[in-house]
Design a protein around this ligand. Structure first.
Ligand code: PRP
Ligand code: URA
Length: 225
């Protein structure tokens, strides 16, 4: 018999900043992503499609300013994006989320952060950061498919806050309750947008049921036997 996938919705009331997409297209694509038989090419496609949908939801409160345009018929009032958007993919798995977000927000800046999780301690290790001295964007979207213990996300948020970023959002495909709890305790001002909140972590810090290792599945680097 299959095991329960998600925590019950009533349990999420402790995390007011958590937004779990309920869109049918998101749920459908998530099933493809989870499936062990989904090959890297298809996996990358679906990461991209889900990122677009989640990014669309996460940026619903981006600021706009009025603009006047002339249609072929007459002049009219319109709007343009006023916020400078920063995309912060966490290497390596977050890379697969960037292109879709750039389609959505073509003028966004992309600032890569390199973090990997030490397999033994499960603590994040920073290995790449070329942020300039002070923040150059109004809104930062941290892109990472997986929120597991929350160590990587918390570290990324701390880096961005030290940089001077004020409006920070986390965009994940799958989150674990442990990670949501860690991030919301440390950074209650940071909204979390995800496609699913799964049941729990296993003893190796992997999300159950999850999708396995998001980096390996995108880039075909998983152990083969
Ligand atoms: C994965 C994932 C997150 C992190 C989540 O990256 O992409 O960055 O683990 O785990 P946490 O919430 O417990 O910190 P990983 O360290 O496997 O690196 P990779 O993307 O290079 O494979
Ligand atoms: N990182 C992943 O890629 N998958 C998990 O389940 C947890 C951390």
């Amino acid at each position: 018999m299959s095991k329960s996938m998600a925590v019950p919705p009533s349990a999420t009331s402790a995390w007011p900043t958590l937004h779990i997409s309920q869109h049918p297209a998101v749920l459908h694509k998530l099933a493809v992503l989870r499936d062990i038989h989904t090959e890297p090419k298809k996996f990358r496609e679906v990461v991209r499609e889900l990122s677009w949908l989640l990014g669309y939801e996460a940026l619903a409160d981006a600021r706009i300013r009025p603009l006047t345009v002339r249609t072929p018929i007459e002049e009219t009032q319109a709007a343009e994006l006023a916020d400078r958007i920063g995309l912060v993919p966490i290497l390596r798995a977050g890379l697969g989320m960037v292109d879709a977000m750039l389609e959505l927000m073509p003028t966004a800046q992309v600032w890569h952060l390199g973090l990997f999780r030490d397999e033994r301690t499960l603590r994040p290790v920073e290995y790449y950061n070329r942020l300039p001295d002070s923040a150059t964007v109004d809104v930062c979207l941290i892109l990472d498919p997986m929120l597991a213990t929350g160590g990587s996300a918390t570290a990324a948020i701390e880096v961005l806050k030290r940089w001077g970023a004020v409006r920070i959002k986390l965009v994940n495909l799958i989150a674990a309750p442990e990670g949501v709890d860690a991030v919301t305790r440390a950074h209650p001002d940071v909204p979390i947008h995800c496609a699913a909140l799964d049941r729990q972590l296993n003893e190796r810090g992997y999300i159950m049921p999850g999708l396995g290792d998001a980096g390996d599945r995108q880039f075909g680097t998983g152990k083969t036997g």
